[in-house]
Ligand binder design. Structure first.
Ligand SMILES: NC(=O)c1ccc[n+]([C@@H]2O[C@H](COP(=O)([O-])OP(=O)(O)OC[C@H]3O[C@@H](n4cnc5c(N)ncnc54)[C@H](O)[C@@H]3O)[C@@H](O)[C@H]2O)c1
Length: 379
């Protein structure tokens, strides 16, 4: 079922560990490199949380987990991987250093995804001297093991084939790949989040509301709407029977009123950090980050399961994908557990299908390199 034979994770922090969890829980072996001496413990914590969430999604049992290996170097981690996901801190100099090393040691046909929240792939792939054409941004959302969306962005040197293979790879582990049509900083998700975050900081700084009140205003109202219909479809419905045209006629002109601070950024000084952090501590009511993670995961699973029963049982939005993903995992679990499998099922050595794993070669064929350098992946 899996088209990834072996994956490598470079960086095992919040996001890297989330990728590791999703891959392992899909039965895929992962080799990880992270210089933090605490990396193994931290990844273990995330794995615990991920297993807990997947057990709720799959009461019949989880697939046999892939094997996790801690490598001593990037070279060792990527040596025989066909999919590599980079999740090191958001600094261009560090991304360059790490991607250059990945590129130097990874098999030529491996796809390289970067978790960057906003750096353009064109600016990162200049560091890849051998095969820059196989780099894509694969921007996930935290927690990576539960939230299905991944924004795929290609740079000027990225092969269109690499985008196609990346789409397949991410979809094979239960994700919803959306290809961003033009390369811009921060892509689509973080553009939206940054606008809301900037405004939220102003509202708290100016004493209009506390962080808790702001979160309540969001989670008791449009947050619920967004999770199931997004922005445009919600507004279409809000336009009444005349739909979007009426909505735009009514609310379009308000956009010109000075309601928001738009591009102004509040000064990021100690005072602002203290204000936000202190109010955030009060809002937590003593719950630790790990406890909040459990609550978040339980709620996310519950929301996706509820959505999976909507639309006459076909599922709606993330719920429809959740339905398919849990079916796929249950099938994988049955294949991998001989005792629970039907009589004729053979114990699978590995989840991966070698035949399909060949596909990434399309991205790495040196023959196409010159052509791809001319044909930018745009539009
Ligand atoms: N945190 C989020 O919500 C979020 C969401 C989407 C994308 N991202 C992106 O994911 C990437 C990682 O962010 P994070 O939040 O996981 O950061 P993090 O600080 O939690 O983790 C970064 C990890 O990289 C490791 N690292 C540092 N140098 C390294 C090197 N040379 N080689 C290998 N590992 C190295 C660190 O030890 C650390 O464990 C960033 O590009 C970020 O923009 C973050």
């Amino acid at each position: 079922m899996n088209i990834i034979n072996k994956a490598a994770a470079i960086g095992g922090g919040v996001i890297g560990a989330g990728w590791v969890a999703r891959l392992l829980l899909n039965g895929i072996d992962v080799s990880i490199f992270d210089p933090d001496p605490e990396a193994s413990r931290k990844v273990g914590e995330v794995m615990k949380g991920a297993r807990r969430a997947y057990k709720q999604m799959l009461p019949g049992g989880l697939p046999k987990e892939g094997k996790l290996t801690f490598a001593k170097t990037i070279a060792e981690a990527v040596a025989d991987a066909d999919f590599i996901q980079e999740s090191v801190p958001e600094r261009l100099d560090l991304k360059h250093k790490v991607l250059a090393e990945i590129d130097a040691h990874a098999p030529a046909n491996a796809i390289v995804g970067s978790s960057t929240s906003g750096i353009k792939p064109t600016d990162m792939q200049v560091a890849m001297k051998k095969h820059p054409e196989r780099l894509v941004v694969g921007h996930p959302f935290n927690p990576v093991y539960l939230l299905p969306l991944v924004e795929i962005v290609g740079g000027e040197q990225t092969f269109p084939e690499a985008i196609e293979v990346a789409k397949e790879l991410y979809a094979s582990i239960g994700m919803k790949p959306v290809v961003v049509r033009k390369e811009i900083e921060a892509f689509v998700g973080d553009r939206l989040l940054e606008a809301a975050w900037r405004e939220a900081l102003w509202l708290v700084k100016d004493g209009i509301c506390t962080v808790e009140e702001l979160d309540d205003i969001m989670r008791y109202s449009f947050g619920l709407r967004w999770a199931q219909m997004g922005m445009f479809q919600v507004y279409r419905v809000a336009g009444g029977e005349a739909g979007m045209r009426h909505f735009m006629a009514q609310f379009g002109p308000c956009l010109k009123w000075p309601w928001t601070k738009l591009m102004d950024v509040p000064e990021f000084n100690d005072e602002l950090v203290d204000l936000i952090a202190t109010q955030s501590d009060e809002q937590a009511h003593g719950l630790s980050i790990r406890e909040l993670e459990k609550i978040r995961d339980d709620n996310l699973v519950a929301i996706m399961e509820a959505l999976s029963r909507q639309n006459k049982g076909k599922g709606w939005g993330a719920g429809a994908l959740h339905k398919d993903y849990t079916k796929q995992l249950a099938k994988l679990a049955a294949k991998m557990t001989p005792a629970k499998a039907p009589a004729k099922a053979k114990p699978a050595k590995k989840a991966a299908k070698p035949a399909k794993a060949e596909k990434p070669t399309k991205a790495g064929k040196p023959a196409k390199a010159d052509k791809a350098k001319k044909s930018k992946k745009k539009g």
